[in-house]
Design a binder for this molecule. Structure first.
Ligand code: HEM
Ligand code: CU
Length: 696
């Protein structure tokens, strides 16, 4: 701590604003930084302006910000993830442009480039992939297991609040001060106070700590939800594959996030209180950081990709009109991957000085993960085999995934060999590898989920044509951007460097920038698809709720579902219970009696904690101690006051449930069932005709 910064605003001053840099030193680098800040500010003005113009503040507060409905929380998570994705992609493009500018120094300063890969990586992992994965899970899991909500609905709202406030911190770091230059892993000594005395690493630390708390709570929430809230009869061996992957992923969170939080807090202790956990003098050791970080970091990538596996399992089964092949082996493979993911973290520092024996052990452990993954790929292909395949958008993502992900997985096996890793671990080969698993693996899966479950959430289908265009753009863009990196990496081009002088790298960088621009088009295409779909929504409504001839419980209720999800909690007798019911002609039963339904009542606690924790983080970053103390007190008070609120339940009378449900059943019986061949036509109102040609 430097006492000279004990002033009212800590170390905050005019130099923190990017415009100061621009005035003092107008160049391309400063223009890029200021443009980014301006985009944030314009974004805020546009959103505030639109909300005021359309008088949306009240409905926003009443229906969304205070809602504890898992469906709405899920949607808010996904919206947040897509906003952050836009920022992350643009940063990727700026980095590619810098290197495409050719050998020499390009237009960015080294510091700025370092900030870019640090925010880009941090955002993509913590604020795109994680919220997107758990946004989809929030929406889908309770519906799939026949529940009315998650186990702890209010905790769920708090998790969202903490994630959003940390994401907003990253946005603020564009406008006030500068973000870390230490990469998404924030290794000391690069992020230690001696090397990096500014605010950057502190932005990273608090964003990670607070969002980490939110994510840990989500992990607990979903593990408990799937353990305890399954509908009667839904044994674990009848659990949809997607829910299996979410429960594994939740358990990974519970074990993996705390080490990250601890690592970040110890780093904070080093930086704020002059401790020496990770410095080489006074007894510290930065390898402690590397171990803690990757004890989290490796499981993290499986926590992201397992849910994508789950999504593809559902998508392949539905669009092949077949039961998922090898369910038991898929369950075992999922659990094996989850367990193995904790045994391989050392492959992230093969080159940092442990013995050859240790490297060999961890190399082999890493390669073992290819076995359960291979089982999965086999099962998916067997699911497709002789199925009645429909090439809908989620299925196209699935096929792109199958082909491209295998390449990414194989390059991972190559890297698992320590001798090879010695050559390429710090080159663009590694960057190619992890983008190869993160894009076709995680992101394509999430986009498939978005297309697959959108009609469930909003009651109408997304536009097919634009959906296909989007898949094509993502696929082509991915190939052009990242395949060249494998080659240029093998040629020795290092990662994380803002310049290079070997002209033979340049042509590869030119291909990669074209690819990055195609990916930008893909991003726009996602938005165009959404806009076109909203415009044409009358033609694509699917009120009955089953547009794809789905197999699991979420398709057996109206689209969009009522707040309580199920008028009557179903009793499950089969895996793929809804498909089995349709086969037997027993889908859409008329219940004998209805009951009152209790739902959690709205609360503002998540929003309040979001705002308070946001200010708290900002105060800590800028050393505004009085404000940090005040926010700590207010957060504790808010939670205490909130626990005294005992009117937390809301009852929906049986009569109202009956009216709504009967109206929907009447609609089901009045609607014409549509053959699968007309799935994408306006005739598809969400009542699927049993598929007679299907092989099951
Ligand atoms: C949209 C196109 C994308 C482009 C053009 C892009 C580009 C880049 C670039 C240039 C780097 C710096 C590489 C280096 O020199 O080390 C990078 C790093 C990274 N990217 Fe991306 N990326 C994209 C999408 C994604 C996505 C979708 C994810 C995750 C879901 C992701 C996750 C990461 C991570 C974790 C890093 C490492 C950051 C670090 O080393 O600190 N990227 N990306
Ligand atoms: Cu790893």
């Amino acid at each position: 701590m430097t006492p000279s910064y004990s002033g009212f605003l800590g170390r905050l001053d005019w130099d923190a604003l990017p415009i100061t840099g621009l005035i003092q030193n107008p160049n391309a680098n400063e223009i890029v930084a200021n443009a980014a800040a301006a985009i944030v500010l314009v974004g805020v003005f546009v959103v505030v302006g639109l909300l005021s113009w359309f008088r949306l503040w009240t409905p926003l507060w009443r229906d969304w910000l205070t809602s504890v409905d898992h469906k709405k929380i899920g949607i808010m998570y996904v919206v947040f993830a897509i906003v952050m994705l836009a920022r992350g992609v643009l940063e990727g493009v700026v980095m590619r442009a810098q290197q495409a500018a050719g050998p020499g120094d390009g237009f960015l300063e080294a510091e700025h480039f370092a900030e870019l890969f640090s925010t880009h990586g941090t955002i993509m992992i913590f604020f795109v992939a994680v919220p997107f994965v758990f946004g989809i899970a929030n929406y889908v899991v309770p519906l799939m297991i026949g529940a009315r909500d998650v186990a702890f609905p209010r905790l769920n709202q708090i998790s969202l609040g903490l994630t959003v406030s940390s994401g907003m911190m990253l946005m603020v770091s564009l406008v006030v001060g500068r973000f870390s230059t230490g990469g998404w892993t924030a290794y000391p000594p690069y992020t230690g106070a001696a090397f990096n005395p500014g605010v950057g690493p502190d932005y990273w630390i608090w964003a990670i700590v607070v969002s980490g708390v939110g994510t840990t709570l989500t992990g607990i929430n979903f593990a408990v939800t799937i353990y305890k809230m399954r509908a009667p009869g839904m044994t674990f061996m009848r659990l949809p594959m997607y829910c299996w992957t979410i429960i594994c992923s939740s358990i990974l969170i519970v074990f993996a996030m705390p080490p990250l939080g601890v690592a970040a807090l110890l780093l904070a202790a080093d930086r704020y209180l002059d401790f020496h956990f990770f410095t080489n003098d006074l007894g510290g050791n930065m390898m402690n950081y590397a171990n803690l970080f990757w004890l989290f970091g490796h499981p993290e990538v499986y926590l992201l990709v397992l849910p994508a596996y789950g999504i593809y399992s559902e998508v392949f089964a539905t669009f092949s009109a077949k039961r998922l092949y090898g369910y038991n082996s898929l369950v075992i493979a999922t659990m094996s991957i989850a367990v193995l993911s904790f045994t391989v973290w050392l492959h992230h520092f093969f080159t940092m000085g442990q013995s050859a024996l240790i490297n060999a052990v961890f190399g082999i452990a890493t390669m073992l993960i290819a076995i359960p993954t291979g089982v999965k790929v086999y099962d998916w292909m067997a699911t497709l085999w002789r199925g009645r395949i429909r090439f809908s958008v989620p299925m196209l993502y699935g096929l792109a995934f199958l082909m491209l992900f295998v390449i990414g997985g194989l390059s991972g096996v190559i890297l698992a060999n320590p001798t090879v890793d010695y050559q390429v671990h710090n080159t663009l080969f590694l960057v190619a590898h992890f983008h190869n698993v993160l894009l076709p693996g995680v992101l394509f899966g999430l986009l498939a989920a978005y297309n697959y479950w959108f009609p469930k959430a909003f009651g109408f289908r997304l536009n097919e044509v634009w959906g296909r265009v989007t898949v094509a753009l993502w696929t082509i863009g991915f190939l052009l951007t990242f395949m060249p990196l494998y080659f240029v990496g093998l040629m020795g081009m290092p990662r994380r460097s803002f310049s290079y002088d070997d002209p033979s790298f340049h042509p590869f960088m030119m291909v990669a920038i074209v690819g990055a621009l195609v990916i930008t088009c893909a991003l726009f295409s996602v938005l165009i698809q959404l806009w076109v779909s909203i415009r044409d929504r009358e033609k694509t409504r699917v009120p009955v709720g089953d547009p794809w001839d789905g197999r699991t419980l979420e398709w057996s209720i109206p689209s969009p579902p009522p707040p309580y999800n199920f008028a009557i909690i179903p009793t499950v007798t089969d895996r793929d219970d809804f498909a089995a019911a349709k086969d037997k002609g027993a889908a859409y039963p008329t219940p004998d009696a209805y009951e009152d339904i209790e739902l959690p009542r709205n609360t503002g606690i998540g929003f309040v904690l979001c705002v308070l924790s946001g200010i708290w983080m900002f105060a800590l970053v800028w050393w505004i101690w009085w404000l940090a103390a005040l926010m700590t007190v207010l957060m504790i008070l808010a939670v205490i006051v909130w626990t005294f609120d005992d009117s937390t339940e809301l009852t929906i009378p049986a009569e109202e449930v009956r009216k709504d449900h009967e109206a929907w059943l009447a609609r089901v019986h009045g609607e014409k069932a549509v053959d699968r061949d007309f799935e994408t036509s306006p005739e598809n109102r969400g009542l699927a005709r049993p598929d007679l040609e299907a092989v099951t």
